[in-house]
Design a protein around this ligand. Structure first.
Ligand code: ATP
Ligand code: MG
Ligand code: MG
Length: 539
């Protein structure tokens, strides 16, 4: 397409402006390797992926924005690459802002030489006040040669160098605060107890680092990025972004702003997420209660639902706290048509039911795993004259009542044996072939004979926070939900033996579950299953 045309590409959801580019559209996803990807990052990753691969046939770069050596680690880089894979987001190449440190240094020299930047040793607080009051720095008119000398001192980390930073000479009294001579190079501020740290890729080579404001537009332009997607908090800095490219005679990049996403009762700040992992509030970055990509997928969210949800938000600029229910409801629509149906009976208080009229020798029958989708396949169900039902169901039955044993048929309650304390010991029922299903209570069951049932832990989770959204002054520890996980021990039938980690099933009358550990693989050989929210009820 021609330069500057607004097109509505076939299959494109958004009205995206195309630039004339030799290699088509190039986007980039620029995480800082200082934590695991969370659901907010997933939005950015999906949008970049969509622009690059769905709306246009272009490519996407994964760029590690590693200009802050204090927080960055290899572990996080590996995790980010892995998690983008989980999301099905394809990257053409992986780059690092640190690959460009030498070029960025030279471009900063150029900026200084041409009178567009200067070395400043004004104290931080004074600098801040000057900016606020739109006053020029006392060093603003320093000759370029002097600033270049000082930039060299900074690179060498000399005493005089250490007192300086480099600032762009843009417009100290601009109505846009980001244009008031922003910092382009600086010494990182180190934690007092740790002192300077080596950069995880460049080691001790650099003592000074470019700021994000300076590095981002330059690297975008150098790498051939055509469309840079940024969250709306950066909108004020778009002017500055273009200024750097224009000042250095570099190719402009098209900016597209989108809203940051938040979820109620959830925090996405890396600092807070790190804290609950480090304090053992959750079991790790992939804990199903975590809003990380790993956590939410482990809880049973499908990539398909997540992607569709995020792309629907698209170019909206309203920063809102989304309700989880909408996302989980979308997920349910995706998992329901293919989730195999199985049965689990809670162990605590389970009741033995004896069925008069059933053959005394247990037998097996094939049954569809899904009532409406034969493609899901069949399972082998064991039938026996003795079956297990849940106490919660047994307790509701009356003498003479007709109930339906799911997948079998109707029975009539003949005898309810109570123990001394009033609990139910066992039940006797009689088969009633040809009974009417329309008004009866439906009860799930497992054969108690002729098969091997297996133990399984059924987990259900809750939000980490008790408050919808925290304000700046809310101390987050005060709003941590004290109970975020509950578990019941259950038995599952032999038809669950083929389940593997990651399978999504429905346990009749209990809901959807994701198999986290197959039978034999969890604690004491128990299977582990996580309940998947559906957007109704809790969460
Ligand atoms: P930022 O730099 O915006 O503060 P961050 O430091 O939390 O984000 P980065 O690793 O820098 O995380 O983010 C990588 C990309 O993900 C950036 O493009 C960033 O804007 C985007 N991103 C981060 N959090 C969210 C969110 N909650 N919603 C949408 N996009 C997000
Ligand atoms: Mg960042
Ligand atoms: Mg952040």
């Amino acid at each position: 397409a021609a330069a500057g045309t607004v097109t509505d590409q076939p299959g494109g959801r958004y009205n995206i402006k195309l630039q004339d580019t030799e290699n088509g559209v190039v986007t980039r996803f620029p995480p800082e390797p200082s934590g695991y990807l969370h659901i907010g990052h997933a939005k950015a990753a999906f949008l970049n992926d969509y622009f690059a691969h769905d709306a246009f046939s272009g490519s996407m770069i994964l760029r590690f924005d590693d200009t802050n050596p204090k927080k960055e680690k290899q572990e996080f880089e590996d995790a980010i690459i892995h998690d983008l894979g989980l999301l099905g987001v394809q990257t053409k190449k992986v780059t690092y802002t640190s690959d460009y440190f030498e070029s960025l240094y030279e471009l900063c020299q150029k900026l200084i030489s041409e009178g567009n930047a200067y070395a400043d040793d004004t104290e931080y607080e004074v600098q801040k006040k000057d900016r606020y009051e739109r006053r020029p720095s006392a060093r603003r008119d320093r000759p370029a040669t002097e600033s270049l000398e000082l930039f060299k001192e900074m690179r060498d980390g000399t005493e005089i160098g250490k007192r300086h930073c480099i600032r762009a000479r843009i417009k100290f009294d601009s109505s846009n605060g980001s244009m008031r001579d922003p910092i382009v190079y600086r010494f990182p501020s180190w934690d007092a107890d740790e002192g300077p740290q080596p950069h995880h890729r460049t080691g001790w080579t650099w003592k000074i680092y470019p700021t994000y404001d300076f590095a981002c537009p330059l690297v975008d332009s150098i790498e051939g990025v055509t469309h840079a997607l940024r969250t709306t908090e950066y909108a004020d800095r778009n002017e500055q972004y273009h200024w750097f490219l224009d000042a250095l005679g570099l190719r402009r990049v098209y900016l597209w702003d989108f809203a940051r996403i938040n979820f109620i009762k959830t925090f996405l700040s890396k600092r807070k997420l790190t804290k609950i992992v480090d304090t053992g509030k959750v079991d790790g970055w992939d804990d199903p209660r975590m809003p990380t990509v790993r956590g939410i997928l482990r809880r049973g969210l499908t990539v398909e639902a997540l992607r569709e949800f995020m792309l629907k938000q698209g170019p909206s600029r309203n920063v809102v706290s989304m309700d989880w229910t909408t996302l989980w409801a979308m997920n349910k629509k995706i998992i329901d048509p293919t989730a195999a149906r199985h049965t689990a009976v809670e162990i605590a208080g389970k009741v033995l039911l004896t069925i008069e009229g059933a053959a005394l020798t247990p037998w097996k029958e094939d049954r569809a795993k899904h009532p409406k989708n034969a493609g899901v396949g069949t399972k082998v169900v064991t039938f026996a004259s003795k079956v297990l039902v849940e106490l919660a169901d047994a307790a509701t039955l009356q003498d003479g009542e007709e109930v339906t044993l799911m997948g079998w048929g109707n029975v009539i309650v003949k005898r309810i044996s109570k123990s001394a304390d009033g609990g139910i010991e066992c039940l006797e029922v009689k088969l009633n072939p040809g009974g009417d299903f329309s008004k009866t209570k439906k009860i799930h069951w497992l054969a108690a004979e002729g098969t091997q049932n297996s133990p399984a832990q059924l987990w259900e989770f809750d939000n980490l926070l008790t408050k919808d959204s925290l304000t700046k002054t809310d101390e987050f520890a005060k709003f941590l939900n004290p109970v975020t996980a509950t578990m019941v021990d259950a038995l599952v039938g032999a038809d669950c033996e083929g389940l593997v980690e990651g399978d999504i099933i429905q346990l009749e009358r209990k809901g959807y579950f994701r198999v986290d550990k197959a039978i034999g693989k969890g604690p004491d050989g128990k299977a582990v299953m996580f309940k998947i929210p559906t957007g109704t009820g809790k969460v």
